[in-house]
Design a protein around this ligand. Structure first.
Ligand code: GLP
Length: 240
């Protein structure tokens, strides 16, 4: 595991954008795993800016997102489909057909989850996976207790996650209680991983992830077993 420290959220976002930019411009073909949430917002802003300034053609880039809420259609303004278009896809010249997210509104969610894993496999697997981390150390929507071997699956969100994500919705009751999420096994198959963590609220989760016991109670702790993880954080007192 590698750790890069940043002095604040802005610097963390810029460093992360540089890592992704270099991967995009240094590859003939790239499968990029993408995350949502507030943490990577500014990274997308910097990345879009850098790509546009350098006129980078993105037709060789395929993106697969980590997760989507169950019951929200891609047009719903609270959906991760919408988030990705607003924050990144609509700002760069990536062909929209190259961008994949799980369909949380699928009638047959079991079929959707296996199709999502098959689609990632058909693409040849994820080259670089961007991750955030939840306060309870969830990654994607893999809540504590999720099997380390899990593929894409339907998740019951924990109360902590529902409360944490309520800020994006008008009322807490509007937060979906289920999501479709890449599994921990899916994430571990990515060739490299870039995890971003910002703010004191994530300190304990990050410490447990880096130094704690590798246990399904701390989903992110599985990353200790991954051969190529880079963490960028603005949190002080975090060491490897
Ligand atoms: C959400 C997302 C995760 C994200 C995490 C942290 O529930 N499913 O992919 O990393 O929670 O979110 P934030 O960056 O807003 O703190």
């Amino acid at each position: 595991m590698e750790l890069a420290k940043a002095k604040d959220y802005d610097e963390m976002s810029m460093k992360a954008a540089e890592v992704v930019f270099d991967k995009i411009t240094g590859s003939d073909r790239l499968v990029l795993g993408l995350a949502t949430g507030s943490t990577p917002e500014k990274m997308y802003e910097y990345l879009a800016d850098k790509l546009n300034k350098s006129n980078v053609d993105l037709s060789h880039v395929y993106t697969v997102n980590l997760d989507e809420y169950v019951g929200l259609s891609p047009e719903d303004t609270q959906s991760y489909h919408y988030y990705m278009r607003e924050i990144f896809f609509d700002k760069v010249n990536i062909p929209l057909e190259n961008t994949k997210l799980p369909d949380g509104a699928a009638a047959d969610l079991d079929a959707e989850t296996s199709a999502y894993d098959a689609m990632i496999e058909d693409l040849g697997g994820v080259d670089l996976q961007v991750l955030g981390i939840g306060r309870n150390a969830h990654i994607a929507f893999n809540e504590p207790g999720t099997s380390f071997e899990s593929g894409t699956h339907v998740v019951d969100l924990t109360e902590t996650t529902i409360q944490d994500n309520a800020r994006f919705f008008e009322k807490t009751e509007d937060v979906p209680t289920k999501a479709v999420s890449m599994g921990l096994g899916t994430i571990m198959n990515a060739k490299s991983i870039l995890l971003l963590a910002s703010g004191e609220g994530k300190k304990q989760a990050l410490r447990n992830m880096i130094h704690g016991e590798i246990t399904e109670d701390v989903p992110a702790s599985i990353l200790q077993r991954h051969p190529d993880v880079t963490v960028i954080t603005d949190i002080e007192d975090i060491e490897l």
